[in-house]
Ligand binder design. Structure first.
Ligand code: AMP
Length: 214
């Protein structure tokens, strides 16, 4: 598992962040979420953040070149295996990733976490994340403390989880990201698991899928 190079695919709120972080922690892999990094850049008011914010505030994808720049910078610094969460989201991004140096992408695989749209809408209505660390969960899980179970930080609701923005993100996903599945399945690199169930149940499926396809 230490040589794993994995991209996590799936619709918004399918559990990519939860599964990706857990997988990274269990197997000592690097983990990078492009969405999280973009939101961080916006908060910090960097030049990239200012540019990205125009798209994030409209629930649109940021241009391929901007995301590619942050991903290639991060990948080039990794020494071992890694997981990318939320990248690639377009066929162009997938093709560009395939063109990275062979030693940095190794035998890249993609894992789709599959969840129906109506289940996602329900999930997203309860989703909250920590403004400090990378914890993401539901308001149900933190109803006792109302603060981050990992670091105690204040929890926030993502503006792009509001119903209208969520619908738009799903539409963009179906138009631009569904074709990415074909990119990986036609080259025999796509694994798929159901994302329905508890995080622990889904994690078991993820591990089984990765282990049985060595
Ligand atoms: P996420 O946190 O993965 O749901 O991403 C939040 C938002 O960041 C997305 O709705 C996009 O606007 C933007 N974003 C994240 N990753 C990418 C990507 N690979 N390509 C384009 N936009 C992205």
């Amino acid at each position: 598992m230490e040589e794993t190079r994995l991209v996590l695919l799936g619709p918004p709120a399918c559990g990519k962040g939860t599964q990706g972080r857990r997988l990274a922690a269990e197997y000592g892999l690097g983990y990078f979420s492009t969405g999280k990094q973009l939101r961080r850049e916006v908060e910090e008011g960097t030049a990239l953040g200012k540019e990205a914010d125009q798209y994030l505030s409209r629930a649109e994808y940021v241009p391929d070149e901007l995301v590619l720049a942050i991903v290639s910078d991060w990948v080039s610094k990794q020494k071992g295996g890694w997981i990318l969460d939320g990248f690639p989201r377009t066929v162009k991004q997938a093709e560009e990733l395939d063109a990275f140096p062979a030693e940095s992408i190794g035998s890249l695989r993609a894992l789709l976490i599959d969840v129906d749209r109506d289940v996602l809408a329900q999930r997203v209505s309860q989703r909250c994340e920590c403004g400090y660390c990378s914890w993401t969960g539901t308001s149900e899980e933190v109803k006792e403390t109302a603060s981050c179970p990992s670091c105690g930080g204040a929890l926030i609701r993502r503006r792009d989880d509001e119903p209208e923005a969520f619908r738009k993100r799903m539409d963009v996903y179906e138009e631009l990201t569904l074709p990415v599945m074909e990119h990986y399945s036609s080259s025999g690199r796509l694994l798929s698991v159901s994302g329905i169930g508890t995080p622990g149940e889904v994690f078991k499926r993820v591990e089984d899928a990765l282990q049985s396809h060595g």
